[in-house]
Write a protein that binds this ligand. Structure first.
Ligand SMILES: Cc1cc2nc3c(=O)[nH]c(=O)nc-3n(C[C@H](O)[C@H](O)[C@H](O)COP(=O)(O)OP(=O)(O)OC[C@H]3O[C@@H](n4cnc5c(N)ncnc54)[C@H](O)[C@@H]3O)c2cc1C
Length: 421
């Protein structure tokens, strides 16, 4: 078959690789000018680094297997990393169960209850029972009101903003259940994985075209060609098409009335600064900012996991946010935004000064995080679509796990196996 794959992120590239292995003729159409989508990279002192912080968990089997299959296992290393919480104007170590039990913003009995309820989430093997329960209802009941208010509510609000009360407990269950303390990272960045996938696709005769933003997909009847139009007015014909772009872009392209705007409401955007610094800012890899007056959700000091020597001696700090696309943090000019963030970073490290920043980069993605509400499961679109030759494999279909590269790889492989054999 001649197959069109729309999008060259983790899902599209994995699918394209598997499709070429099955002998199909593949053309990948990517709207941007680079590979990787949300897991795309920039260069720091000649080394690739993701625009948005990325790591793997030890439970991420599908991507670990793919890395092995591509001969990159020796580059995948798991690191013991540290986590902190900024709360009540102080840093608290939250790296291991022992440190969690010392978390002073909570009275001891509440810490214990928090620990026991988290252990029970780890022990529950199937999350379906949580589909229609909100995370806040569950945590208030089982972790207790105090632990819910002090730990879970700020974490959920940081990730989902005003939508936090709607989030499904199934999502939180998966988030805790599949988490591992050691985190995986590919030496030289995940860009290596995506460039090897692209090379393999090209080696088997597949084509990758950049700057091809999907605008329309039509098919008049089953067994008729699928027509794809892109923004620069080129047109393509395929036997089948696999679409991996966010659901609103797909719904718009097939003219599914109202579906694009319905789904707009189910995604948050993400913004992220990468600060290249001459020194470290926080003593942890990951710092959750549990203070609603702060304009960002987390600081991630990547060089607490990977040595600064990998980046020419620079310390790398991400300042990350999930926000609606109309939020000021999404729309403000990045240089202005950075200035507005400085006093807050200084509250965390009083010595911090913009002169520590040697260079900075800013990225923004409009459709970065599906808002996984308690009724979400019923909304998830099928991989088959109204057009018989068109299939959908998109981040919004990952459930209940938090979307991630692993689930993109797993979904791509499943869809190719089930619909393109
Ligand atoms: C802040 C942040 C942190 C994250 N942290 C982690 C992490 O630690 N670990 C982890 O594994 N995952 C993490 N993720 C998630 C991970 O990046 C995604 O789950 C994964 O990259 C999704 O891949 P995808 O191919 O499904 O989607 P995308 O990456 O969104 O790929 C879709 C592709 O389609 C292209 N496209 C969009 N519209 C069009 C169009 N109209 N026409 C043509 N092309 C189009 C895009 O440019 C993109 O290349 C994080 C994501 C964010 C935003």
């Amino acid at each position: 078959m001649r197959v069109g794959v729309i999008g060259a992120g983790a899902t599209g590239l994995t699918a394209a690789y598997d499709l070429t292995l099955r002998g199909h003729e593949v053309v990948v159409l990517e709207g941007a000018q680079e590979l990787g989508g949300l897991a795309g990279s920039l260069l720091i002192a000649g080394t690739s680094l993701e625009r948005f912080y990325h790591h793997l968990f030890g439970t991420d089997r599908a991507i670990i297997d793919l890395i092995g299959e591509l001969g990159l296992s020796d580059r995948l290393r798991f690191h013991a990393t540290t986590t902190g919480i900024y709360q009540d104007g102080r840093l608290h170590d939250f790296s291991t169960p022992r440190e969690m039990l010392r978390f002073s913003p909570l009275p001891f009995m509440d810490r214990l209850r928090f620990g026991l309820s988290s252990a029970s989430i780890k022990a529950i093997r199937r999350g379906e029972r949580f589909n229609d329960v909100t995370a806040l209802d569950w945590t208030r009941r089982w972790a207790g009101r105090k632990a819910s208010t002090v730990i879970w509510e700020p974490l959920l609000a940081g990730k989902f903003g005003d939508r936090a009360p709607e989030i499904s407990m199934a999502w939180l269950w998966a988030r805790v259940h599949f988490r591992t303390f050691r985190l995986g990272y590919l030496d030289g960045g995940f860009a290596r994985l995506y460039s090897v996938l692209a090379e393999q696709v090209a080696a088997k005769g597949g084509k990758l075209e950049f700057g091809k933003k999907l605008t329309k997909i039509t098919q008049t009847a089953a067994n008729r060609p699928v027509r794809v139009s892109v923004e620069d007015e080129s047109q393509y014909e395929f036997d089948r098409v696999l679409v991996t772009v966010p659901q609103p872009a797909f719904a718009k392209a097939i003219g599914a009335d109202g579906q694009d705007s319905l789904w707009q409401n189910h995604y948050l955007g993400a913004t992220c600064f990468v600060l290249e610094l001459d020194r470290s800012v926080i003593p942890y890899y990951w710092l959750n900012v549990n203070d609603p007056s702060f304009p960002f959700l987390a600081l991630v000091e990547h060089t607490q996991m990977i040595s600064p020597s990998t980046y020419g001696g620079r310390h790398v700090l991400y300042v990350g946010n999930y926000v609606p696309r109309e939020d000021w943090r999404f729309t403000t000019r990045p240089d202005e935004l950075l200035k507005r963030f400085v006093p807050y970073i200084r509250q965390i490290n009083p010595g911090f000064d913009l002169s520590w920043v040697r260079q900075w980069h800013f990225s923004r993605a409009g459709f970065a995080q599906p808002v996984v509400t308690s009724g979400y499961r019923a909304l998830i679109p099928s991989h088959t679509t109204a057009l018989p030759g068109v299939f959908l494999a998109t981040m919004a279909q990952v459930y209940p796990q938090d979307r991630g590269q692993n689930y993109a790889v797993a979904m791509a492989r499943r869809v190719v196996r089930d619909y393109f054999s």
